[in-house]
Write a protein that binds this ligand. Structure first.
Ligand SMILES: [Zn+2]
Length: 157
């Protein structure tokens, strides 16, 4: 189902149909592919650097969002950072109480802009705090597939 303006912004028109999403393949772009390949092969988190602005972006971008320069320099960073913010999830998608709450955090990397959203484990929800230092727990090298699930979770250092 979709919505469309009819020319009169107060009147909406809708139609039904199928979106042909199976025919399309989403690509991560050059920077995203480097990020995933380095995560899989080396177990590192990759950022892209803008020398003009003295900024490292994580995940890497192909262009600087401040000066619009093309970014071609990539930095391999240790998969460690700190919790910038977090939430605790007590229910699943169906509203059923989880056996154990999930902690989901935005993990920032030192001296980088951006971050990675991932699970925090090996700590109780009441003990999590902003700025807690955490490190990634990765799948064994031969089980990695080149996606964010190669990081199982982050844990306190
Ligand atoms: Zn820049």
């Amino acid at each position: 189902m979709s919505w469309d303006k009819s020319g009169d912004p107060r009147i909406l028109r809708r139609w039904f149909g199928d979106m042909e999403v199976k025919k399309h393949i989403y690509t991560m772009g050059i920077a995203g592919e480097i990020f995933m390949k380095n995560l899989k092969d080396k177990g590192v988190i990759t950022g892209s650097r803008c020398d003009e602005c003295e900024v490292i972006f994580v995940p890497p971008r192909s262009f600087c969002e401040y000066c619009f320069s093309e970014l071609t320099v990539y930095e391999e960073l240790e998969p460690k950072g700190y919790i910038e913010t977090f939430t605790i999830v007590y229910e699943d998608y169906h509203g059923e109480r989880l056996e154990k709450p999930l902690i989901i955090a935005l993990i920032a990397l030192p001296n980088a802009v951006g971050g990675i959203i991932h699970y925090i484990r090996e700590v109780e929800p009441e003990d999590v705090y902003i700025d807690m230092e955490v490190e990634a727990v990765l799948k064994p090298r031969d089980e990695r597939a080149g996606n964010l699930s190669d990081i199982l979770y982050f844990k306190p250092t």
